[in-house]
Design a protein around this ligand. Sequence first.
Ligand code: SAH
Length: 345
Amino acid sequence: MSRTDLIGLLPSEMEDLAVELGASRYRGRQLATWIYRKGVCALDRMTDLSREFRAALADRVTLRLPEIERVDESGDGSRKLVFRLDDGARVSAVLMPDDDRMTLCLSTQVGCGFECAFCLTGTMGLDRNLTTGEIVGQLLAANDLAGEEHRVTHLVFMGMGEPLANYEALATAIRIFTDARLGVGYSPRRITVSTVGLVAGIEKLGRDELKVNLAISLHGASDDVRSRLMPVNRSWNLATLMDAVKKYPLAPRQRVFFEYVMLEGVNDSDDDARRLVRLLRGVRAKVNLIPFNDWEGATFRRSPLARILAFQAILLGSGVTTTVRWSKGEDIGAACGQLRESVPA
Ligand code: SAH
């Protein structure tokens, strides 16, 4: 029988497992508390579990943090963690300190299959989905590395891959992250899922009442521009996408985030800004303008700062909350759209 990976099991599944091994459900809850609440991933440190139970577990399960192959430190304080997974595939997660926040940017797939024209990850193609355990493992390993004082406070699914294309693993990971009693215990409001705009996934995320923040990678305010940048727009166009976004359940002060990469001469004109304002009418929106991060072989250029600020001014002038998000970790290839790790031969 193949071994079960403990990291990635729901607390309720750990309870079931305890019963299967002849122990009480309570033992399963203790196990979940050790792993998710205390971040302890070694059975021999779980001192309140009986020797017999630990031995039975040791025969049945695996329990270890994913291997961090490399940590790259940026001059701006962010750190890129490169994980080497069991099959040799690599993914990265990025730790970004900011005032009293520590945000972790998580990956959900090895590579990405959506081929957005301006994104380096997109040039890799999709290798495979991550398992729930591999997603949760990134957080546990990052918290372990960051240390007690600098624990992760916010989670963004903005690393490699398209979260909503790996829906079940994503949803289970979010349930583990947000379980206040036996899981890691993050408020869903501190978690953001970013998507290229997979309408079915957005609808499902709403129906499942995971309550996380939704971020839409928009990047174009007309179908013409967006389809050129993001092939996915040919399957789910702007009208369909905005319809789904408007139906996404929001708490009273919650907003939907829109990411908009600033590409010189492509999507950054005053007209584009005005189109964006019209598109967002009736949506509780917050726009993040992302100055394009360059990579070797890219065919785009970052809009000049003055252009970015003029674009922002039009949005602000129409009452659309808009910030310019300067990516972190550009010097270590950890910025938005720069994540690509070497694939095993
Ligand atoms: N697949 C999801 C999650 C990735 S989030 C999504 O697309 O939303 C990463 C964000 O960085 C996305 O908004 C993406 O469009 C943006 N991005 C990609 N390449 C970029 C680049 N070169 N410069 C700036 N932002 C980029």
